[in-house]
Design a protein around this ligand. Structure first.
Ligand SMILES: [Zn+2]
Ligand SMILES: [Zn+2]
Length: 365
């Protein structure tokens, strides 16, 4: 199930129209101007139009919204925290009214505080939010981040601890999910540049958090190197994840063979991830061949789908056609010096101990 983050300029329904025109199976939207605290109530005509189109597309249960970046549920500032909870409530209510299945949000930043205090604060926010929105269907998804400074959500351990703390406080644990972003994972230190390393990263996630809690994926290549903590999205196959493991490939150097050897092949063919919404948040605009970048990035990803779901077998016809390396995916790329990057990858995301309250002093933001 592939989608893209699309604009709601003009009217909410425009995002659905554009998604259909791009050949997508779902969409991610902001349900309002994401840079403003004040929100006008959702117009009922806008809502009806959206719901009618959702029904005609058969997209109930699969669309995604991204919450405003202004929200910080981990804030130690009581006024900002209360404002964040109020705005998050509005986000949840709008999703519910629009039949949007998943609301993705960044966990927050514990700046000026300790990690553990930040995690507790988010869990307290969830308790309040779930009291205010009891019985709603929308699933809230904690998004994994690049883990810069005091940002929560880089290491999988943050997401696992957070989910546990939240589920201790709320009565509807089924409404608490997780979203992973390939760019953020790589930047946080989980090396996705080879298929093998990516499979190991998802095995780790499965052990630490649980695959069943992964409800949404964001598919972005990364302008930043592994462990850089840089949250900058790149076109699929042109960054440090899908560009061939050795470099930020950049524009004009795309290779489907390199992409097929990268972690994107592991993501696309993972048996669980196949069934959940996978959203592009790559740059918009027109590619050098005159097509929309979303179409180009989508085609690159679809070219990775294996004949046998979840297997490492034959690449798709599209993949064969675009390169001469049809046997490539059978011979799994064995990363040279694999041990080293792997050890680094493991250690970095876990460096901030969830138990230790000392990490707050390291905050750089
Ligand atoms: Zn994302
Ligand atoms: Zn990002």
């Amino acid at each position: 199930m592939f989608g893209s983050h699309l604009s709601i300029a003009g009217s909410m329904v425009n995002a659905l129209h554009e998604a259909r025109a791009l050949g997508l199976d779902t969409v991610q939207v902001f349900t309002k101007n994401q840079q403003q605290w004040n929100v006008k109530p959702l117009d009922d005509a806008v809502r009806q139009e959206w719901l009618a189109e959702l029904t005609s597309l058969g997209w109930h249960g699969r669309t995604v919204s991204h919450a405003s970046y202004l929200i910080n549920l981990a804030s130690h500032d009581d006024a900002l925290w209360a404002k964040s909870v109020d705005l998050m409530q509005v986000e949840i209510e709008r999703c519910e009214a629009l039949g949007i299945a998943f609301l993705v949000h960044h966990p927050g930043s514990f700046v000026g505080w300790t990690l553990d205090e930040g995690l507790e604060r988010i869990a307290d926010a969830y308790r309040e939010l779930f009291i205010r929105t009891r019985g709603f269907a929308t699933v809230l998804c904690l998004e994994g981040t690049a883990g810069a400074g005091s940002q929560i959500g880089g290491p999988f351990e943050h997401l696992a601890s957070l989910r546990r703390l939240i589920c201790d406080r709320v009565k509807e644990p089924g409404r608490v999910g997780v979203c992973l972003d390939t760019c953020h994972m790589h930047a946080a230190g989980y090396d996705l540049s080879t298929r093998e390393l990516a499979e190991e990263a998802f095995d780790t996630f499965s052990r630490v958090v649980g695959m069943e809690h992964l409800r949404v994926m964001h598919l972005n290549d990364s302008k930043g190197k592994v462990g850089s903590h840089l949250d900058r999205h790149e076109h699929i196959g042109q960054g440090w994840v899908g560009g061939g493991a050795k470099a930020h490939a950049g524009e004009g150097t795309f290779s489907q063979a390199a992409l097929r050897a990268s972690g994107f092949a592991a993501v696309i063919n993972h048996p669980h991830i196949q069934s959940i919404p996978k959203i592009l948040e790559t740059p918009k605009g027109t590619s050098p061949d005159g097509r929309a970048w979303d179409s180009v990035n989508l085609e690159r990803l679809r070219g990775l789908i294996s004949a046998a779901p979840g297997s490492l077998a034959t690449p798709s016809p599209a993949g064969i056609a675009s390169t001469a390396h049809s046997g490539q995916s059978k011979a799994r790329p064995i990363a040279k010096g694999k041990k080293k990057p792997q050890t680094q990858a493991r250690r970095k995301p876990g460096q901030q101990s969830v138990k230790s309250g000392r990490t707050g002093s390291k905050a750089r933001e």
